[in-house]
Design a protein around this ligand. Structure first.
Ligand SMILES: Nc1ncnc2c1ncn2[C@@H]1O[C@H](COP(=O)(O)OP(=O)(O)OP(=O)(O)O)[C@@H](O)[C@H]1O
Ligand SMILES: [Mg+2]
Length: 506
């Protein structure tokens, strides 16, 4: 993208080593970033990407190595020091205050804080918005903003603090394809105006599109570095995972059986009291995967939460194998044989302070062999946890490690190991490969196909059309809370599905 103007890197990390008790998270890593450059940082779940960026951002101290900013050695004790040196990090989980306005969020923590001249601050913010083409109403309340807009606000916060270097940790994981393209437009403008960016993503097509150079980490160490123009997606996948990925998945022929999950006339209200799901009917048969496509915000979240028993529907029924599932009761959904893979793993899937093992048994702690006659069987629990860790290759310091010490992708794997254990009759998978590396994603896809072959009814809710096409037997499109169209995979065409997604019947 941007040509290199300067031979001196904006950032240079040399020989960075960081050890957490038993894990060598950074093993003599080198990373440089030139002015006006976009460097993609790649690696499997747990490879050490976030850790390295937390070090650069002054959030973690490191054991060995040096960091230089424009050739000058620096030593940051806190993120404040990094910000003063022109570095900003945009985390995957935003750090905004929802009840305040855009402008208030921008100036929080800036020198002078609320005593500064609000009028002047607003003027400065609007100037920045204009210069970088980021339009956001300074007076809007943050809680009313879409995810894409919240991310714009995070970028504006960084620019307001004169950040020159932006670290973005999986910024596109939570964005719809359209929002991702908007973000890329913004990133191109930033680079044109002289900024440099470190970009982390597991989506290799995005990496090919936006980066100039790719740095690959494996097990905390550098394994390869490529100019983006001189590499390919298969090569990057192989470098990350250390093996070649399958060319295609084996779908295994099974004839879909009788209806297992029957959603009848389901209406679910959203937080604002509007019908997010609006009289939706959908039948999923045993032995089939229905991919539910749609632009995010068309009722997918509310539908899944109603299915999980987290939200009580206004009307309608959820029926599993002929029996009505009592509404609004998560335990009943589980008892009916439902495996639930939620979209927001931190707020609905996991307790971060609990151990890996405890999170793995959250679902079936009242059942044999984990519990018999009210007695908890520790041996069975340990065996169950060890098995899940091995099968999903969860990178952890052991089953007793606190969940919060795990990398993002490995947290997702805990949920998968927990929910896909046993023989679920119905699997509701929402954005189930979000944040997973390509190898782990392949494993999850294979697992869903295997469960389907065993007869499970799978509802795959995903923003990722490629994933939908890869796994589905039938594709349904949700638009404004209703099924806009449904097609067999054999007859599915992207154009028609695209039309359905934008509410056009065809
Ligand atoms: N605070 C911590 N305490 C203990 N171990 C940690 C801590 N933070 C990270 N680790 C470990 O360091 C390793 C690297 O984790 P990191 O979060 O950097 O991975 P990542 O490359 O960002 O992975 P992902 O793609 O899944 O986000 C992992 O094994 C992780 O469990
Ligand atoms: Mg990470």
């Amino acid at each position: 993208m941007g040509e290199i103007l300067d031979n001196q890197p904006a950032i240079e990390m040399r020989n960075i080593t960081k050890r957490f008790v038993d894990v060598l998270a950074s093993d003599h890593v080198n990373l440089s970033l030139y002015p006006k450059e976009v460097v993609a940082l790649l690696g499997e779940n747990g490879a050490g990407k976030t850790t390295l960026m937390n070090i650069l951002f002054g959030y973690y101290q490191y054991d060995e190595g040096d960091i230089f900013v424009h050739g000058k050695k620096v030593s940051f004790s806190t993120p404040k020091d990094a910000i003063a040196a022109g570095i900003a990090m945009i985390h995957q989980h935003f750090t905004l205050v929802p009840t305040q306005t855009v402008l208030e969020n921008v100036i929080i923590g800036v020198e002078g804080g609320f005593f500064l001249n609000l009028g002047r601050a607003k003027k400065k913010l609007l100037e920045i918005e204009k210069r970088f083409g980021l339009n956001l109403d300074p007076d809007a309340i943050v809680s009313s903003l879409s995810i894409g807009k919240k991310q714009k606000l995070e970028i504006l916060k960084a620019l307001y603090r004169d950040a020159e270097i932006l670290i973005m940790d999986e910024p596109t994981a939570v964005l719809s394809p359209t929002e991702t393209q908007e973000l890329f437009g913004t990133l191109r403008t930033l680079v044109d105006r002289g900024k440099s960016i470190i970009f982390i993503s597991h989506k290799l097509n995005e990496v090919m599109e936006i980066s100039d150079r790719v740095v690959v980490l494996r097990a905390g160490a550098n394994v390869a570095e490529r100019e983006t123009s001189g590499t390919t997606i298969p090569e990057l996948a192989t470098l990350m995972v250390g093996r070649e990925l399958l060319e295609r998945l084996d779908h295994g022929k099974v004839a879909a059986g009788a209806t297992v999950l029957d959603i009848k006339g389901l209406t679910v209200k959203d937080e604002a009291g509007l019908d997010a799901v609006d009289g939706l009917d959908l039948e999923v048969r045993g032995g089939e995967i229905i991919g539910l496509a749609g632009v995010s915000g068309n009722g997918q979240t509310e539908l899944s939460e109603a299915l999980f028993g987290l939200l009580r529907p206004e009307s309608g029924e959820i029926v599993i194998l002929g029996a009505k599932v009592p509404a609004g009761k998560p335990a009943e959904a589980i008892r009916a044989g439902m495996a639930r893979i939620p979209e927001d793993r931190i707020s609905t899937g996991l307790f971060m302070d609990l151990s890996v093992k405890d999170n793995m048994i959250l679902k079936n702690h009242t059942e044999a062999p984990i519990s018999r006659r009210g007695l908890i069987n520790m041996k069975a629990i340990r065996a169950f946890a060890a098995d899940g860790i091995a099968r999903f290759q969860i990178k952890t310091d052991g089953m007793e490690a606190p969940s919060k010490s795990l990398s993002g992708g490995n947290l997702q794997k805990i949920i998968l190991a927990r929910e896909l254990a046993g023989d679920p009759k119905v699997i509701i998978a929402c954005q189930c490969t979000r944040g997973l590396d390509v190898g782990a994603m392949e494993y999850v896809h294979q697992t869903l196909l295997r469960e389907k072959e065993k007869g499970a009814a799978v509802l795959l809710i995903s923003d990722d059309l490629d994933e939908i096409f890869l796994l589905s037997d039938r594709i349904a499109v949700i638009y404004e809370g209703r099924i806009m169209g449904m097609t067999d995979i054999a007859e599915a065409n992207r154009e028609r599905i695209g039309l359905w997604m934008s509410g056009v019947a065809s």
